[in-house]
Each structure stands twice: as C-alpha cells, then as structure tokens.
Design a protein around this ligand. Structure first.
Ligand SMILES: NC(=O)c1ccc[n+]([C@@H]2O[C@H](COP(=O)([O-])OP(=O)(O)OC[C@H]3O[C@@H](n4cnc5c(N)ncnc54)[C@H](O)[C@@H]3O)[C@@H](O)[C@H]2O)c1
Length: 244
C-alpha cells in the first residue's frame, strides 16, 4: 500500500520538488500552501500561522489521502539584516511561520502519524542553523530553533514509532533565491558571490534537497532519527584553501 505524505510549502521550490520526489517513490501527496499546486497532488490552501486552518487542512489531507504516514514541514519565509534591522513585529512573524508553523502542522498530524507503520517527519532547516551567516540574524535564529525542535521531537515521539529528522540545505536555486537576486543591486555579482560561498562553486538544486527529504521520509531510513542531513555543497563541513 502506498504511503501518504503531507508537504507544507509544497507549491514552490524545495517543497514542490519534495512532493515530486515523494510521488516518484510511489507516495500519494497532499501539498498545503498559501498557493497550493494542482494535479497530480492534492492541493490544499492553508496558512501555517493559523491554527484553525492548519487543523482543517490536515484533517482534509488525511481524509482525502486515507491517512498520513509522512509529514514534510517545509513552509518558510526569509528575513534579512542584523538584529538592529528587523522590528519586533517581523521577529514574531518569521518565528510564527518558520517555527510555530511546524509545531502547528505536526501537532495536527500526530494522531494520524501514530496510526502509521512508517511514520516520519522531515523538517526543512538550513545551513543558517549551523554556520554564522551575515545579515541573517532573525532567519538564522528561526532555523536554529528548527534544529533543536527536530531533536526534541525525535526524542518525544521515538517510542510512538515516529522518526523526526531535518535537512540543512545550503543556498538552493529556488524562486525564493531568484527573488533575492532580482532585488540585489547587481544580480549577476550577487549570484557569483553565492556560488563562490559554496565549496562546490554552485548553488544546491531543489531536486538535490528533495532527494534527501524523500530518503529521510521513506522506510529506507528506518533506523535514522534525530539527525540533520546537510545538502549544502560542503558548506558546513569543509574548509578549502583558495583555488590558486
Ligand atoms: N532556497 C534556499 O536557499 C534555502 C536554503 C535553506 C533552507 N531553505 C528553506 O527551504 C524551505 C523552502 O524554501 P524555498 O526556497 O523552496 O522557498 P519558496 O519561496 O520557493 O517556497 C516556499 C513556499 O512556502 C509557502 N509558504 C510561505 N509562507 C507560508 C504560510 N504562512 N503558510 C503556508 N505556506 C507558506 C509559499 O507559498 C511557497 O510556496 C524554507 O523553509 C526555507 O527556509 C531554503
């Protein structure tokens, strides 16, 4: 019987690629998003900052899929600047989406996951959780919280048979990064700088992150819980000498 998966932020970028990768593994997939995709996915419009919408959307996904085995908590937004640049309202907003959004969706999905033989949650974290990046104070704080939340949830739910892991992408070539580049004074120079920051010299692809998500979501990783899988072109672990 095919596994059933819910992907938040499944309308774009890494989430959409994850939905495609899970479908490629034979799963049926519901995408929760402000702008959900259509066929072949079950698209459900929901804002992860609204608990009532989340509960209704998760119940609808379980109903239409016939249960939930896999949750990919991926919806997220960015923020730029140092701690001097973002007002309290923006701190609350970004934490509300990036951290509490995962809490709300997972909380609503737990009753269904507990009934699954292959329950797994995969959170989309970031290189920003484990490396200090300039001009990303607020965003990095949310992803640090996601990393710790992943470990705590893995401990809380291991005896219920629910695995919890996260992926830590480096800068990935998604519509999000496209918007950042478009907003830069010199988009080509900005892209070159982002490429150069990756030891592999290029951005990560959404499909590469999606393949890691699909692995952690699938029974292939049945003994893996409480881990963070870097998909970052070597950015976290390597220290290269200059090329010449
Ligand atoms: N692109 C990168 O370089 C990169 C690197 C590391 C981590 N990430 C993480 O990957 C995840 C996906 O990013 P992406 O680059 O694919 O971005 P994206 O902007 O292409 O896609 C994000 C999706 O989330 C949805 N979304 C945003 N707010 C929502 C809300 N309140 N409720 C429901 N859906 C909402 C958007 O509608 C969009 O479809 C994020 O958690 C991000 O922090 C991205």
């Amino acid at each position: 019987m095919s596994l059933k998966a819910v992907v938040t932020g499944g309308g774009s970028g890494i989430g959409l690629a994850a939905a495609q990768a899970l479908a490629g593994r034979g799963m049926t997939v519901a995408c929760l998003d402000l702008n959900p995709p259509g066929e072949p996915f079950v698209g459900i419009k929901a804002d992860v900052t609204d608990d009532a919408q989340v509960r209704a959307a998760v119940a609808e996904a379980a109903e239409r899929l016939g249960g939930i085995d896999v949750l990919v908590n991926n919806a997220g937004i960015g923020a730029q600047g140092t701690i001097e640049d973002n007002p309290d309202s923006e701190w609350h907003k970004v934490f509300d989406v990036n951290v509490l959004g995962m809490v709300r969706v997972a909380r609503a999905a737990l009753p269904y996951l507990r009934r699954s033989e292959h329950a797994a949650i995969v959170n989309t974290c970031s290189i920003a959780a484990t490396a200090g990046l300039p001009q990303r104070a607020l965003y990095s704080a949310t992803k640090g919280a996601v990393l710790s939340l992943t470990l705590a949830m893995a401990a809380d739910h291991i005896r219920e048979g629910i695995r919890v892991n996260c992926v830590n992408p480096g800068t990935a070539d998604t519509p999000w990064v496209g918007r950042l580049l478009d907003a830069a004074d010199d988009p080509e120079a900005e892209r070159a700088a982002l490429n150069a920051r990756q030891p592999m010299g290029r951005l990560v692809t959404a499909e590469e992150v999606a393949a890691a998500i699909a692995y952690l979501a699938s029974p292939d990783s049945a003994s893996t819980t409480g881990t963070a899988l870097a998909v970052d072109g070597g950015m976290q672990g390597l220290r290269l000498r200059p090329a010449n």
